[in-house]
Ligand binder design. Structure first.
Ligand code: FAD
Ligand code: NDP
Length: 600
């Protein structure tokens, strides 16, 4: 294929579209005739690629090039099997003449195109790496393009994506540091003589965390090399069907072709749209590598990231405030979310409710500096307060605009930029797939990205047929009181089954390890949400207590197998553990009986 970006490249791009797609429609998203043609193909399940010229940067130029090549300026401009068919009327006529299917089928004879790779993966994070390794195991020629654009504060990192560098791994290590601090405190009750003045050193922790991440980055590179996967540290975008252009750190541009593509570019944190946000605030992308202890910290946002970070920073002895726009942990069970919030509050984390930041000003630079945050509440009152660090944890967005998906016709959700996929992780273009956080409407979790990536590779390159099951995905929020859950919240179960069909079994309990340490009783709590008409099938599992991830994981298998309350009751517990509480649950919420913990 001729190099793109040079003169004559538009003709090359148009030719590439026509040659790479059995049925090619140059279309405009608002044109009713284009819709008619696409509906015709859809009605016969004829696969086609439609590029919407009105949504492409160079759409007008492509239209002019089509005029030069075919004499036709209008859309739709349809090609079947590399032959110019014409517009809407011509295509409908072909169908009326009974020749449409013949024209489409003629292409079955076409020899296979040759490409540089069998699979190009854009994004070397959880999903992309898992899929690339699985594809390479079937002797496929695979390349992974991964590049991290620095944050506004300049932080950047290596291969492995969000989870490894700025997500699960550093977060869990910092959470572990927090738990150890609590354990030091508890240990005195167990007879350990500990200096009363013990305190946390941020720099030691940060270095330990970053060293571990460095070793993981290295291990990933080695794995790719061992599996003969080409790793390109460059930012990629589509420049034509089957063709991407990649720009590396030095600005060097290369082009590459592939038969199949996997998009796994993940998400990046949102910034507030207020003065000072990009200049002075940081996000979780910066926090874990921060060169100094953050000091008095404001976390904006009230979901997983904000609450988890608030939890460990407080445990390090810092003054921590969380600013909540509406509610904590949207989408989770309300009772459990409130429990997590009140535990955090009772352990010294301050919550500013129903408020939003209006501006952030720098009072003094330094490590940490001093920032003045002005915010307003729902009643219209304005306040200001000084903090050393402001962490924005207000959601994350897909950077799909950078991929130039319009050039290949991949459809995204216009509200969030995420890629719209079918149940096979297929995008609107037959040879382009997506996994991980970038897929619209799916959980943003590492194991989900990995599972989807591996299963996709097996289906594409071997005889795999198993689809990724996005139901009953277990998750844990690593807050000071950890919270694990599977399945439905009480609110969702009520909506789906009706309140009269629910039976909720619940109890408070005191973990043995809390009892001796004389931690407050009645903070740990579990509940099972069961459906009466389904033989008390368990549709919601909720656990607040120590080691929530470890406890919840095993029960996820039971939930997949459709466990009922009876199955939980007939399972013998392991004593003394927290997890065993689920095998002895007797009190229903509807009974109104007191479930305050009596002891272990
Ligand atoms: P990512 O891992 O984000 O990888 C995408 C990669 O693609 C990145 O390296 C990106 O720079 C690169 N890229 C993007 N565009 C391009 C391009 N055009 N060209 C080249 N490269 C590109 N999940 C859990 O399951 N458990 C947890 O405890 C947990 N904790 C988290 C804590 C935090 C603070 C955060 C932010 C997330 C956490 N997550 C957790 C979520 C988890 O990290 C993500 O679900 C997971 O990383 C998604 O993987 P992915 O493959 O979709 O994308
Ligand atoms: P979420 O999208 O889950 O939550 C965003 C939070 O920010 C909400 O509380 C939201 O409030 C608030 N918010 C949004 N916009 C604004 C604004 N303009 N001003 C103030 N507050 C605002 O994002 P997270 O970043 O916390 O997490 C992203 C994903 O990463 C999670 O969904 C999860 O899948 C994954 N993750 C998983 C973890 C785990 O497994 N332990 C840990 C961390 C992340 P509102 O409710 O009002 O919209």
């Amino acid at each position: 294929m001729p190099p793109l970006g040079e003169s004559g490249s538009l003709q090359a791009i148009v030719k590439d579209y026509i040659e790479s797609n059995n049925v090619m429609v140059f279309s405009k998203s608002t044109c009713p005739f284009c819709k008619k043609v696409k509906n015709l193909f859809d009605s016969f399940q004829i696969k086609y690629l439609a590029v919407e010229l009105d949504q492409m940067e160079n759409g007008a130029d492509i239209q002019a090039t089509l005029k030069e090549m075919t004499g036709q300026r209008t859309v739709p401009n349809v090609f079947i099997n590399k032959t110019h068919i014409g517009g809407c009327d011509d295509t409908l006529q072909l169908h009326k003449d009974g020749k449409l299917h013949e024209a489409v089928a003629a292409n079955a004879e076409k020899p296979e195109e040759t490409y540089d790779y069998d699979l190009i993966v854009i994004g070397g994070g959880s999903g992309g790496l898992a899929a690339s390794k699985a594809a390479a195991a079937f002797n496929k020629k695979v390349a992974v393009f991964d590049f991290v654009k620095p944050t506004p504060s300049g932080t950047t990192w290596g291969l492995g994506g969000t989870c490894v560098n700025v997500g699960c791994i550093p977060k869990k290590l910092m959470h572990q540091a927090a738990l150890l601090g609590e354990a030091v405190n508890d240990s005195m009750k167990y007879g350990w003589a500990v200096e009363e003045t013990y305190k946390h050193n941020w720099n030691i922790l940060r270095d330990a965390v970053q060293d571990h991440i460095g070793s993981l980055n290295f291990a990933y590179r080695v794995q790719l090399r061992e599996k003969k996967i080409t790793y390109v540290n460059a930012y990629a975008k589509f420049v034509g069907p089957h063709t991407i252009e990649a720009v590396n750190k030095k600005g060097k541009v290369t082009t590459h072709t592939s038969a199949q593509f996997l998009l796994a570019p993940g998400l990046r944190p949102n910034y507030l749209n207020c003065p000072g946000a990009k200049e002075y605030c940081i996000t979780s992308d910066d926090l874990f590598a921060l060169q100094h202890c953050p000091g008095k910290t404001l976390l904006v946002g009230a979901s997983y990231i904000s609450l988890e970070c608030a939890g460990f920073l407080k445990a390090f002895g810092l003054d921590v405030t969380v600013m909540v726009r509406s509610i904590l942990l949207r989408g989770f069970d309300r009772q459990m979310a409130d429990l997590i919030g009140s535990y955090m509050e009772s352990h010294g984390i301050r919550f500013i409710q129903e408020s939003q930041v209006k501006k952030v000003e720098q009072l003094e630079s330094g490590e940490p500096g001093r920032l003045l945050v002005t915010y307003g509440n729902n009643a219209g009152e304005e306040s200001s307060e000084e903090f050393n660090t402001v962490v924005l944890a207000i959601g994350r967005q897909a950077m799909t605009d950078d991929l130039n998906l319009g050039a290949v016709g991949v459809k995204t959700n216009s509200k969030n930029g995420k890629i719209i996929c079918d149940e096979k992780e297929g995008s609107s273009v037959p040879y382009i797939h997506a996994v991980g956080d970038v897929v619209d409407g799916k959980p943003e979790l590492t194991p989900v990205a990995i599972q989807a990536g591996i299963l996709l590779a097996r289906r594409l390159f071997s005889d795999g047929s198993i689809l990724c099951d996005y139901e009953n995905v277990p998750t844990t929020v690593f807050t000071p009181l950890e919270y694990g859950c599977i399945g439905l919240s009480e609110e969702k179960a009520t909506e789906l089954y009706g309140i009269d069909d629910l039976e909720v079994y619940h109890t408070n309990y005191v973990p043995l390890e809390f009892a001796v340490a004389q931690r407050r009783a009645n903070e740990c709590y579990v509940k099972l949400i069961c459906i009466k008409s389904l033989n008390e099938k368990v549709v919601g599992f909720h656990y607040a207590g120590p080691n929530a991830g470890e406890v919840t994981q095993g029960y996820a298998v039971a939930m997949r197998l459709g466990a009922t309350k009876h199955d939980f009751d007939n399972t013998i517990g392991i004593h003394p553990t927290c997890s065993e509480v689920f095998t002895t649950l007797q009190t229903t919420k509807s009974s109104g009986m007191n479930v305050a913990a009596a002891g272990c």
